[in-house]
Design a binder for this molecule. Structure first.
Ligand SMILES: Cc1cc2nc3c(=O)[nH]c(=O)nc-3n(C[C@H](O)[C@H](O)[C@H](O)COP(=O)(O)OP(=O)(O)OC[C@H]3O[C@@H](n4cnc5c(N)ncnc54)[C@H](O)[C@@H]3O)c2cc1C
Length: 490
C-alpha cells in the first residue's frame, strides 16, 4: 500500500491534537512499529513519528558489513524467513522489498553420504498431508524412521502441557520442559532426533534442543510445517539486509513522512510529575514526546528502564549464532542452500547472484554455537571447509581467498522452559510507554517475524486510542478443517 492510498482510508479515526510519537531503536521491531503507525494514517493525520537509532544504519541485528574483497555489502549472518512469517512478509510487501526475497519450496538435506535429499511439500495435498512427500524425500532415513518422525510431528502438534503434568519440572513449578526431554520421552529414535529435530529446531529457534522449551518446538512444527501448504517455504533475501532494510525500507518510511534519525543514542527517559513519559534524552539534548515505544534488545532496554525490564533476570538469556563467511575463487555449491545434518556446519547458503561479490562466496551458519566459542578460529575454519569439501566436489579444487567468522553471543533470546512467563507485553505500567523487540511477549520465537509482530503490537497499543478501526497484525496462514481436526485451533 502506498502512503497516498492510506490517506483515503483513515476515516474511522478519533479527533486529537497532533502528537509526537518516538520509537527508540531502528531494528525491525522499531521500524515495523513506525511503519504500523504510519500505515494506520497517523502521520497523514498530522501526528509525528520519529525513529531514533544509535548506529549509523538502521536494521539492528538484521545487518550487513562491507565485503573486504570488493567493498560491497555482506550480511553479518544469513537471515531467512518462512511462509508462516506473515507479518514480516507483509511489511516487506508494503515497503516494496518483497521482490528481493527468493522463495525456496524445496529443502535440501545432506546426510553423511553427501548426497542431497530434495524435500518438497506437495502443492496438491491438503495440509498437513502435504508434508508426506517432504518426509518421504528424506533419503537419509529408513522407512521406519520416517514413520516415527511423522508420528513425532503429530504428537508434538497435539502436545498438551497440562496432561504432561507428571513430567514437568515440578521443583521449579514451570509448566514446560525441554524439547529433547519430551522427544526422548515419546521414544523418538536417536537418529531422528539428531538428524531431524536437532537441525530443524536449532535453526528455527536459534537454541539447542536440550535447552529450548517443548512449547516453542511445538510452535515451529505447527506454524512452520503442519498448518499450511506454504508454511515451510523458505524466503531467502537476494539483496544484502543492509540494502533491504538499511536503505529501501528506511527510504519508504521517510517518503511516507516518518522521521528516521541515525547516530542518535537515547541515554535516558524522562517522566513528568504524573508518571508519564515526557521526553527522551540523547546525551545533553532533550526531545519532548507524547508517547514512546522502546524497541531495544532486553539488556539495553533494562539499562534505560530498570523498573520495567528487570536487570539480570535469569530467564532472559541470549543464545549465540555463528556465521562462517567463505570467499572461494569459484562457485563451490550446486544448490541454493543445504541443511548439513549431523555436522558442525548446520546450514550453508550460496551467495545469490545479485548479492555475492566474488563467484564463490558462501556462508555457513551454526546456531546455538556456544560450544564453539572457546574454540580456535583456525580449527573451526578447517572443520567447516573439510565438511564442505566432503559434500561439494567443486570445493576440493577451489582456492579459499578469504574467510571471516562472525559470532553474535546474544543473537536471539533463548526460548527455554519458563521464558514465556517473563517476556513482557507491549503495554507497561507507564500509560504512554510501550515495549517492542523480538524478546517481548509475541508468542513467537526471537526472529524477524517476532520483531515485526512486537513492533505492530506496540504501535497498536500506542496508536489505538488515536485511530479506532485498523487491522494492526497480519493474520496467520489459515488452518484448513483437517489441520483443525487433527491438531486443534491453537
Ligand atoms: C546471527 C543472527 C542470525 C539470525 N538469523 C535469523 C534468521 O535466519 N531468521 C530470523 O527471522 N531471525 C534471525 N535472527 C534474529 C533477528 O535478527 C532478530 O530477531 C531481529 O532482527 C530483532 O529485531 P529487533 O528490532 O527486536 O532488535 P535489534 O535488531 O537488536 O534492534 C535494536 C536496535 O536498537 C538500537 N539501539 C540500541 N540501543 C539504543 C539506544 N540507546 N538508542 C537508540 N537505539 C539503540 C540498536 O542499534 C538496534 O539497531 C538472527 C539474529 C542474529 C544475530
Amino acid at each position: 500500500m502506498t502512503c497516498d492510498e492510506k490517506k483515503e482510508s483513515t476515516s474511522a479515526t478519533t479527533s486529537a491534537k497532533p502528537k509526537r510519537m518516538i520509537v527508540v531503536g531502528g531494528g525491525l521491531a522499531g521500524l515495523s512499529a513506525a511503519a504500523a503507525l504510519m500505515k494506520a494514517g497517523l502521520v497523514q493525520m498530522g501526528h509525528e513519528v520519529i525513529v531514533l537509532e544509535a548506529r549509523r544504519r538502521v536494521g539492528g541485528r538484521a545487518a550487513s558489513f562491507e565485503d573486504p574483497l570488493t567493498g560491497g555489502l555482506v550480511d553479518a549472518c544469513q537471515h531467512v524467513a518462512m511462509g508462516c512469517c506473515t507479518n514480516f512478509l507483509d511489511l516487506c510487501k508494503q515497503a516494496g522489498v518483497a521482490g528481493s526475497l527468493r522463495r525456496d519450496r524445496t529443502l535440501y538435506f545432506i546426510g553423511h553420504d553427501g548426497i542431497p535429499a530434495a524435500c518438497t511439500p506437495s502443492v496438491w495435498l491438503p495440509a498437513p498431508l502435504h508434508l508426506g512427500p517432504l518426509l518421504l524425500g528424506m533419503r537419509h532415513f529408513t522407512f521406519r524412521e520416517k514413520t516415527a518422525l511423522a508420528l513425532g510431528l503429530l504428537r508434538l502438534a497435539r502436545y498438551n502441557r497440562k496432561k504432561r503434568g507428571t513430567h514437568v519440572q515440578k521443583d521449579s513449578g514451570i509448566q514446560d520442559e525441554t524439547a529433547q526431554t519430551w522427544l526422548e520421552f515419546i521414544g523418538q529414535p536417536e537418529r531422528v532426533i539428531r538428524l531431524f529435530w536437532q537441525p530443524v529446531l536449532e535453526s528455527a529457534l536459534g537454541e539447542s534442543i536440550d535447552l529450548v522449551s517443548v512449547v516453542a518446538a511445538r510452535k515451529v512444527v505447527v506454524d512452520g510445517f503442519l498448518a499450511h501448504r506454504n508454511a515451510s517455504d523458505l524466503y531467502v533475501p537476494t539483496q544484502p539486509l543492509g540494502r533491504l532494510f538499511g536503505e529501501h525500507l528506511v527510504e519508504w518510511l521517510k517518503n511516507c513522512g516518518v522521521t528516521v534519525e541515525t547516530g542518535r543514542s537515547v541515554t535516558a527517559i524522562q517522566l513528568d510529575a504524573t508518571g508519564r513519559v515526557s521526553a527522551v534524552r540523547c546525551g545533553t539534548e532533550e526531545i519532548l514526546c507524547d508517547s514512546l515505544i522502546v524497541a531495544l534488545p532486553w539488556k539495553q532496554a533494562a539499562r534505560l528502564l530498570p523498573d520495567i525490564v528487570p536487570v539480570g533476570n535469569e530467564h532472559l538469556t541470549g543464545s549465540p549464532i555463528t556465521a562462517v563467511h567463505l570467499w572461494f575463487d569459484r562457485d563451490v555449491m550446486n544448490l541454493p542452500h543445504a541443511v548439513l545434518v549431523g555436522r558442525v556446519s548446520q546450514w550453508v547458503f550460496r551467495g545469490d547472484d545479485s548479492q555475492k561479490n566474488v563467484p564463490g562466496y558462501c556462508q555457513v551458519v551454526i546456531s546455538a554455537s556456544r560450544g564453539l566459542q572457546g574454540d580456535d578460529r583456525d580449527v573451526l575454519l578447517a572443520t567447516v571447509i573439510s565438511e564442505l569439501k566432503a559434500i561439494f566436489p567443486a570445493a576440493r579444487e577451489a582456492q579459499l581467498l578469504n574467510a571471516r567468522i562472525v559470532t553474535d553471543p546474544t543473537a536471539v533470546l533463548s526460548v527455554r522452559p519458563g521464558v514465556e512467563a517473563v517476556r513482557p507485553a507491549a503495554v507497561t505500567h507507564v500509560p504512554n510507554l510501550f515495549l517492542a523487540g523480538d524478546w517481548t511477549a509475541t508468542g513467537w520465537p526471537s526472529t524477524m517475524e517476532g520483531a515485526v509482530r512486537s513492533g505492530r503490537l506496540a504501535a497498536q497499543a500506542a496508536g489505538g486510542s488515536l485511530i479506532v478501526s485498523q487491522q494492526w497484525q497480519t493474520p496467520d496462514l489459515p488452518k484448513n478443517w483437517l489441520v483443525r481436526r487433527i491438531i486443534g485451533t491453537r
